[in-house]
Each structure stands twice: as structure tokens, then as C-alpha cells.
Design a protein around this ligand. Structure first.
Ligand code: CA
Length: 415
């Protein structure tokens, strides 16, 4: 009876996961099949073995609400329900409390982990309002001050320059192309190789999709307009802007509007309509430029390795699979938010002008980017491997995008 309950519970888990997204891997489904075979062969004589297997497979409540023992003569007996110890983990993210999409996604993650673990894993979420360090997530998780973190990898290039490659790169892969690289082209393994040096393991955290090039107070007509331009633009793109004469800076989300309004900065890029609208940038900087710098920015979940090592396998499985589901949900939510909010901006704020950067500016930025990437390739052995892996995958993936999605859109546009 207990085992039937276990099987039913895991089936519910599978149904939930496959309903939410088809992202459960073949390996995980194979593990379930193996578990069923083990169950059949060992059911009668070896309850304990089967229960241990079920626990390893993430059947949080199986064998927990009721403990079962084998008598010396092989007879089974059941004791009454025992109170179960909860696993409590601390998570820090780098956004203001309840911040749309990014922060909401972390709250959803904590809820999903609780649901999938039948309430046995409790995640306490601290926002930047609480821990007061929007860019401190790397150090928090590395040191073990927090067990889990969620942030963007490219914020930590100052801690380790190899982390810059795992959010998005200028002129590089779109969201779909990069997700394929992470999950099926060795990208996630490379990210974990980099983060292992800092006592962390990582999972993808959700993607913003194509980002807009940002809000500018003045129009950009020639390269001269970039000279001395103070712009909030993080990551590798910030380095590119610096190399063409602009003055890049990074500013926490909560201070962006004020900085732009007061003229502390002349321009900023944030995300896209989905997140930009509620920030109010359109009120003080009407020129909205095309993206080139972040064609699909991935957030990341960080896990302290020591904290994970203390957990049973089922708990690690829940934490990682919940991250994968949450990342997928955030990605589709981002697209939806962009869709809804662009409609609002285009209908209600006619002062907003969508602009395309002049060809000479794009060419100069691309040349500067290529030069910086070449320097990075020579900087370290792992940087070389990451860059080459990204470039090789981009070429393959873009060939498909070109005859697939791009040809489809071009064909429709030509009608
Ligand atoms: Ca951005």
C-alpha cells in the first residue's frame, strides 16, 4: 500500500512536470522506469530497499508520514506517524522585493519547491531590500551565507571574468539558440566548471528574451554621439561601449529611473517593454533603440556546494528540477510581458520613438566586440573553450534559424 502511494505520488510529480513544460529529461524518465523494475523485483521481501529508492527519486512524502520496519521473521509492521524534519534553505536574489518577472519568478520557485517536496523543503527568500546588496549574490552563495542565489552571471565579471559568458553576449545567440547551447551543446557544463572554482553549482534561471538597446535622452546619429555618453550597460556590452568612447556604468534596478531623470546618466538599457514600462524610462528618455548587446539574457540559480552536499538526493533533485521548470516559466512570462507592455507603450505613449542604430554605429560596435572577444580568447584556457564553444554552436544554430524562423518571418514580410 505504501509503495502504491509512492508510485502514485511520483506519477503526480511527472504529470505536473510534463504538464508545465516538456523539460524533464530522458534520463530522468529512464530513472523512473528503472525504479519501477526495482519495485517489482523487491516489493515483497525488501520494503526498506524500495523505500530508499523512492526517497532517492524525490518521493518526498513516501515513507515519511508512516515509517515501516521489517521484523526479523520478515513480517511487516507499521508504526504511527512521526513528525518530519523540514529542510530550511536561505535564498538571496538581487532584485527589490516582489520585483516583476525576475523577483516574482524566485517567489514562484520557492512555492514550487514546497509543492514538489510536499512541504518538506522551505526556502526563505531574501530580496535586495533585506540583504542590501543587489550585486552580492555571488559572494553570498560562495561563502555559504546563503544556500541558494538567483542573479545574472554577467554581474560578476569583476569576481571572475569567465562568468561574463553565461548571461548573453553581444551579437551572439538568441534566447532559443542559447538555451539549446546550455542544455544540449555543453554550455551548462562549462558554466558549472567555472562556478565549481567558487564552490557553487548553477542552473539556468529564466531568460528575458531579446533585449532592447535602451532608452536615450538624445538621438544617436553618428559615432560622435557615443563619445562620452554615460550609459548604464553591464556585462561584456559595457566593455564594448567603453572601447568606442562611451562611459558605461552599472546601477541597481531601484536607482535606475532617478539616475536617468537627473541626468547622472544619458542613457540606459534595462530589459525590454515587459520590464521597462513600469520603470518609467519613457517619460524622460523617448528614444528606444534596437537591441544588439543582449539578444537573450539568461538569469541563473546558484547553489552552494556544501549546502547541497548535506541534502539527500531527492531534495537536490527537487531543487534542480524546480529551477528548470521555473526558468522555463519565467522565459515565457517574459515574452508575454513584452507583448502586453509594448502594446501599452505604442498605444499610450506616442512620444516614444523606436530607432535603429545607424549602420556605422553597429559596424563599429561589432568590430570593437570582435576585438575584445579575441583578447578574451587569449586570456585563459577556459575562456578560449567557452568562446569557441559558443561560436561553434552559434554557427550551427543560426544556419537553422535562418532557414526556419527567419525565412518564415521574411516570407510574411514580403507579402
Ligand atoms: Ca539588460
Amino acid at each position: 500500500m505504501i509503495m502504491l502511494n509512492c508510485m502514485n505520488q511520483f506519477s503526480r510529480f511527472l504529470k505536473y512536470a510534463t504538464r508545465t513544460t516538456p523539460l524533464l529529461t530522458t534520463r530522468e524518465l529512464n530513472v523512473f522506469s528503472k525504479f519501477k523494475s526495482e519495485f517489482k523485483s523487491r516489493f515483497k521481501p525488501r520494503f526498506k530497499t524500495a523505500l530508499a529508492l523512492s526517497a532517492a527519486l524525490g518521493l518526498a512524502a513516501c515513507g515519511q508520514s508512516t515509517s515501516t520496519t521489517s521484523e526479523p521473521n520478515g513480517a511487516q509492521s507499521q508504526s504511527s506517524a512521526q513528525p518530519q524534519e523540514k529542510i530550511t534553505l536561505k535564498l538571496a536574489h538581487g532584485w527589490p522585493k516582489g520585483f516583476p518577472v525576475f523577483g516574482e519568478s524566485v517567489d514562484d520557485y520557492a512555492k514550487l519547491v514546497s509543492e514538489l517536496s510536499d512541504g518538506r523543503i522551505v526556502i526563505k527568500v531574501d530580496s535586495a531590500n533585506k540583504h542590501k546588496s543587489a550585486f552580492g549574490i555571488f559572494d553570498f552563495v560562495k561563502s555559504g551565507q546563503y544556500d541558494i542565489g538567483q542573479s545574472a552571471s554577467y554581474y560578476y565579471g569583476g569576481k571572475d571574468p569567465d562568468t561574463l559568458f553565461f548571461s548573453s553576449m553581444p551579437f551572439s545567440m538568441t534566447q532559443q539558440e542559447q538555451a539549446a547551447w546550455f542544455y544540449h551543446g555543453g554550455g551548462l557544463e562549462l558554466a558549472n566548471e567555472v562556478y565549481a572554482k567558487h564552490n557553487m553549482e548553477v542552473m539556468l534561471g529564466g531568460n528575458t528574451g531579446m533585449q532592447m538597446g535602451g532608452w536615450f535622452r538624445k538621438e544617436i546619429k553618428t559615432m560622435d554621439d557615443l563619445d562620452g555618453l554615460k550609459m548604464r550597460i553591464p556585462g561584456f556590452a559595457g566593455k564594448v561601449m567603453a572601447s568606442v568612447g562611451a562611459v558605461p556604468t552599472n546601477i541597481p534596478a531601484g536607482e535606475l529611473y532617478q539616475s536617468l531623470e537627473r541626468g547622472t546618466i544619458d542613457a540606459l538599457e534595462w530589459v525590454g517593454p515587459g520590464l521597462d514600462l513600469r520603470m518609467g524610462f519613457h517619460k524622460v528618455a523617448p528614444y528606444y533603440y534596437n537591441g544588439w548587446h543582449e539578444p537573450g539574457t539568461e538569469l541563473m540559480y546558484y547553489f552552494n556546494k556544501d549546502s547541497m552536499a548535506k541534502l539527500p538526493e531527492w531534495a537536490r533533485s527537487v531543487l534542480k528540477n524546480a529551477a528548470r521548470l521555473t526558468a522555463y516559466n519565467m522565459t515565457t512570462y517574459s515574452f508575454s510581458s513584452n507583448t502586453e507592455n509594448w502594446q501599452t507603450i505604442s498605444e499610450q505613449y506616442p512620444n516614444v520613438q523606436v530607432k535603429r542604430l545607424p549602420d556605422e554605429v553597429i559596424k563599429a560596435l561589432k568590430a570593437a566586440n570582435d576585438e575584445l572577444v579575441a583578447k578574451e580568447t587569449a586570456r585563459s584556457e577556459i575562456a578560449k573553450r567557452i568562446i569557441e564553444s559558443r561560436q561553434a554552436y552559434l554557427e550551427k544554430a543560426r544556419a537553422w534559424t535562418t532557414i526556419g524562423e527567419k525565412l518564415y518571418l521574411d516570407t510574411l514580410e514580403a507579402q
